[in-house]
Ligand binder design. Sequence first.
Ligand code: HMG
Length: 407
Amino acid sequence: MATRPDRLSIGIDAIALSVPRGFVDLGELAEAHGVAPSKYLSGLGTRRMAIAAPDEDPVTLGVNAARRLFQRSGASPADIGLCVVGTETAVDHAKPVAAFLHGLLGLPSACRVFEAKHACFGGTAGLLNAVEWIASGSARGRAALVVCTDIARYALGSPGEPTQGAGAVALLIRERPRLMELEVGRTGSYARDVHDFWRPIHHKNALVDGHFSVQCYLDALAGAYREWRRIAEDGEPLARTCYHVPYGKMARKAHRHRRMIDGLSEQAADESFAVEVEPSLSLPAQVGNIYTGSLYLALASLFQAQADALAGLRVGLFSYGSGCCAEFFAGVVLPEAAPLVRHLDIDGPVRDCRRMSVPEYEALRAEDATADRRPAPDAPPPAQRGTEGRAVYLGIDASERRVYANE
Ligand code: HMG
């Protein structure tokens, strides 16, 4: 048992997801593109990608994940003193997605609210900031809401297209958590100025130097992991490790790289994958890359699959954001996790998704290109605040303010 009673007990108390209503099957996409389906299914290790409709955006995905978190965890908006949204799919250069969430969720006015951006690392920046906010004493008994929300879009027909996805993960961070206690102050960081993946402000789609981005990810993993080992290796061995999962094969490459740093042969590193990583990949394979939320979707998958078996065991967490910044850290799964996970019904939103055909997806992408400029109805219903209902984006008003309602 790796819990250290002499240290602060701070970590993830509850977790909830939100995904768009529709997904594309990657076998069907491969056939439509004249590509061997095995390239997407086993070469990239993907199965489906969630696709956001024009009325689903980073705000609605984030609000819907947070509403589910409140409904299922027993927490209330009144408990929150910090709300951070990690996203790289900003809807405005100035007004943060977090401000929309603050309003639509009815969070208290005595609350620190901001958006964190560093490609896929933004959610982890928010999470670690929340942990340190609690450890510093600033929380004064309150909890933090950290929401990771993104839509991964690449140009149609580009190599990145089968690695898209969309979704949000909401995390409740507090003292004496029920799911996972994080090891406060024991993280390995790595940063380097690289142009592996970028999203210029006049582009809706991401641009990427794909093979270079894979190498940057592996270099960052090696740097962050070596630093983490230097400061935190004295604990129990890692029973499982969750990685940032842009596509399943990347987690496989990452695990081999990390375990070979530990001194394992390539064969032994690959043999450890099934036990140490595979249980965390079921939800990422069904949703695709959700950028800031990707690592936490993997963690949600692990909880869903194995919360019972993991009580008291240490789990490694690796977050990578292009550009780049990465962090390796760890936490211990708590005995209360298993019954809570059953109640949270983590994968409920994924089960409710509907398969869309490739022509439907392509039509939706064309519509999505102008969704940010679509006029909202003249007399939209008033936005409903609080923790009930499913939020949708209606369009912009005459002053270009984004308008939301419940469907
Ligand atoms: P590609 O050039 O289309 O694919 O791009 P490939 O030719 O490299 O093939 C991919 C794999 O499929 C290879 O396996 C092939 O052998 C195999 P590997 O050598 O890698 O083990 N393959 C087949 N397997 C079975 N049957 C077949 C077959 N054909 C080939 N018939 C690439 C792939 C990932 C580069 C592309 O999809 C891409 O650019 N994706 C977006 C970038 C990305 O996801 N990068 C990951 C690291 S960076 C990151 O994670 C950050 C990110 O999330 C953004 C952020 O931080 O905000 C992206």
